[in-house]
Design a protein around this ligand. Sequence first.
Ligand SMILES: [Zn+2]
Ligand SMILES: [Zn+2]
Length: 443
Amino acid sequence: MSRRPKSKAFQAPKGMNDVLPGVQKYWGKFFKVSKELAVYYGFDVIETPILEYADLFKKGMGLNTDVIEHEMYTLKTKGGDFLALRPELTAGAVRAYLENGFANQPQPIKFFHYGPVFRHESPQAGRYREFHQADFDVFGEEDAILDAQVIQLIYSILIELGLKNLSIQINSIGDKNCWPKFREELKMYYRSKVPKLCKNCKVRFKENPLRMLDCKEEECAALKAAAPNSVDYLDKACHDHFKLVLEFLDELGLPYNLNPYLVRGLDYYTRTVFEIVSENTAGSQTALAAGGRYDYLVSQLGGKSTPAMGGSLGIERVIIEMQRQEVKISLTKPKTRVFLVQLGDLAKKKSLKIFEEFRKNGIYVSESFGRDSIKAQLRVADRLGADLALIIGQKESLDGTAILREMQSGVQETIPWKKIIDEVRKRLKKIAPRAPQLTNNNE
Ligand SMILES: [Zn+2]
Ligand SMILES: [Zn+2]
């Protein structure tokens, strides 16, 4: 760890992180794979603002959720608007769907988006105040095949990223028609246990009993085991829908477990809810992705009644898991085969142009322009495993030539600039690439 300056102004805010060059290969891979699959599955990419009116999230996510009550970053603008840093991506997607007339186009509409989201909670491993999600939303289709497709897509992304030991946790929480009966049963079960519940669940007992099943506090988790299951209180339509979702997953051969306590932390879910978790050797689980159906959200946010299904991946968690499982990623940078060495002011001036000339011709060239000694530059070339060095000094600059040196043998030859690209190309074909002498730890 480097020494940190005392002033807070020179530190990243608590729970917010720099994404450093050392992990960019994972981020790059994540975006490449998720975008490729999203497009294949018929999703269109959208981007929405990081700030939205705070009311959008309050109306969408429910007033009694932890996110709205405690975790939303809000601000009042100079104009008096009350805005919030988005705590998730779905509400913004719904707003964009309605505001831009997608509701009037042939359905379903499928959106893929990703970006930072913000929650003011206690930072811990894999849980930050600024984190990133990739989100998939399907609007305007009730059919269970879309539930299965969203799960299949997100599961496939994780597999394509090289992850193993994944499993799908799935449940159905029913809809408005099923909830009154289930709520009653839950309340009946919990009534005598209220004194044992955590502070939050005492409130949930009155206002949103379903969410007691989602509580992570020890005292409440223990009480869940004998609590009634939502699947036992589904009406026929919800039961048939869930049965179909599971049949699709069976047909796909996806590994799923019915998890009767999965209710999700947000109020807007209906019917199918799921999580995709990675099973650690120690038996613990990390949730990498989650989602479900949200058939009432569009109408809650001012649209006409529109069924919808979605899910999102927690990008930091996925990347931590890729590192933990030691997923191999090939370098995004091509290996250096040609190194440009310059000596003297005149050569220095020419070198930027020559460097760009090689790029235009599709030849990857490295340099160390800040260094003036030829020895130091050749040392870098050697470390990178360059096969050829192109040396331009004062004399070569005046003559319009360059010295082409084969690094392995040390054999060198003076070549006119006009022929240099062709000559380099020819030699690269002839010489077998060397391995870099030292790997750059940023790669
Ligand atoms: Zn609780
Ligand atoms: Zn129902």
